[in-house]
Design a protein around this ligand. Structure first.
Ligand SMILES: Nc1ncnc2c1ncn2[C@@H]1O[C@H](COP(=O)(O)OP(=O)(O)O)[C@@H](O)[C@H]1O
Ligand SMILES: [Mg+2]
Length: 219
């Protein structure tokens, strides 16, 4: 589902973010990307949804070589990939419900199906009772769940989580991990970047460790 072959990413001014990275992730896997701050974890995730281009090497997602994916087809790639971030990135002037519905505006889902689907996901994440709340009225954990709902409503094949627990306490972090594991159990391929090795080790999943911009461990 995701292939990196000798991928190197150099930002401007010869700043190497990733060096000669090779790995393969199969459909349905759950993989932690672990390593200290600055190791290149976010860069790795950005390469998968073509937010950044590799300097060298080959990246294939859904059997498609991203180098040859035209700009106009990037939205097609991103529709199949959900992304969540440390800072949630919710629309502050919209309610929980509007934040989730917004993700479906660009698809051709009918309003009726949209509502049904959204309510299903909000119920699954136990957020229904907060659907009229604005982000500032929600806890960090709840805001991250809204971000997950927004990603899931589009039925992604891959869910990328970049330090999703970075702003959360231990209890909410565990809850988010449990949700990601459940989403994975239901068939979505999940990649979670975290610098928190202790947290990652609590769940027995594959781990790619990046140190000094190189892949040093895959177990
Ligand atoms: N847009 C950018 N321009 C220049 N350098 C960048 C950019 N994004 C990240 N970097 C650098 O690349 C390295 C890897 O960053 P990043 O992928 O964000 O690491 P991590 O997510 O593991 O903390 C860091 O040294 C960072 O400063
Ligand atoms: Mg990062």
């Amino acid at each position: 589902m995701i292939t990196f072959e000798n991928v190197t990413k150099v930002y401007q001014k010869d700043w190497v973010a990733l060096q000669d990275i090779t790995f393969f992730i199969e459909k349905g896997e759950f993989v932690f990307i672990n390593g200290p701050t600055g190791a290149g974890k976010s860069t790795l995730l950005k390469l998968i949804y073509k937010d950044e281009e590799p300097t060298k090497g080959t990246i294939k997602v859904f059997d498609e070589n991203l180098r040859f994916l035209k700009k106009k087809h990037i939205p097609r790639l991103r529709r199949k990939i959900g992304v969540i971030f440390q800072d949630f990135k919710l629309l502050q002037d919209r309610t929980l419900e509007e934040n989730v519905a917004f993700a479906l505006e660009v698809t051709d889902t009918s309003p009726r199906d949209l509502r049904k689907k959204m309510m299903g996901i909000l119920t699954y994440l136990r957020l229904s009772h907060k659907k009229f709340s604005y982000p500032y009225q929600l806890s960090g954990g709840e805001q991250q769940k809204v971000a997950i709902a927004r990603a899931l409503v589009r039925d992604p094949y891959i869910l990328l989580a970049d330090e999703p627990t970075g702003n959360l306490d231990v209890k909410s972090s565990q809850e988010i991990i449990d949700i990601l594991c459940d989403v994975n159990y239901k068939g979505t391929t999940v990649l979670m970047a975290t610098h928190d090795l202790k947290l990652a080790k609590k769940v027995k999943k594959r781990m790619l460790v990046i140190e000094n911009n190189k892949l040093v461990l895959d177990k």
